[in-house]
Design a protein around this ligand. Sequence first.
Ligand code: CNA
Length: 239
Amino acid sequence: MQNWAERLKDYLSGGGAVFFGGAGVSTESGIPDFRGKDGLYNQKYKFPPERMLSRTFFNENTKDFYDFYREKMIFPDVRPNKAHFKLAELEKAGGLNAVITQNIDGLHQKAGSVNVVELHGSVHRNLCMECGAAHDIGAVINAAGVPRCECGGVIKPDVVLYEEQLDYNVTIKAKRLISEADVLIVGGTSLAVYPAAGFIDYYTGGKLVLINKSETPYDGKADLVIRESIGEVLASVIP
Ligand code: CNA
């Protein structure tokens, strides 16, 4: 067995772990990430994705926003992959306190994880901007153009767009979980999007594990860096 696998197994054997992840966790389910090799930032669009997913763009070009969002951010038929399932199993076995994710795809819950903190919201929750009524993802998928509520109001995904603030209570919870973790596993994230990436600074323990296919700005601070597929890594260390 590889040296990193032995060390990671050893870290996990004591319990008290928290997982902090990003888009790379879902690439093995078929959802492209932003900054990975085949990510959206390496494809050509009229505007860069951070502009098309900004609040200004949503307000001023709502139809174009939804054309992009429906095509590139919503994948209704995807299934969780090994990474999601193994994390759910670890939580069930008592070894994982929580999953904190920057993803908006809901795949951790689909795999069975219970304590999931969604820093950037979820495509599965959508709210009318006029009356506040909740709508499921079908209201967005099935709308021709801009999805509208029965009251006539525009429906907005409960997703944190660029220029928007993270939910205060969600950030407090994430920071507390990270500061109390014995082991922090960070995976499938470029750690380029703030403030979320900075949350891992709240970890003060000596078991910071980074599992990412490409280099991240935090590699130098980690106790263990694994440059492999996250699904393969978790499947090899979680029984
Ligand atoms: P990112 O910046 O696209 O980084 C993803 C990282 O994961 C890259 O460094 C890749 O090298 C790495 N990676 C890709 N596949 C794997 C794999 N199988 N195993 C290991 N590493 C892998 O994404 P971040 O999450 O860091 O950026 C935060 C943004 C992306 C958040 O706001 C998300 O909402 C947003 N996003 C979410 C989804 C989703 O919900 N599935 C998809 C695309 C983007």
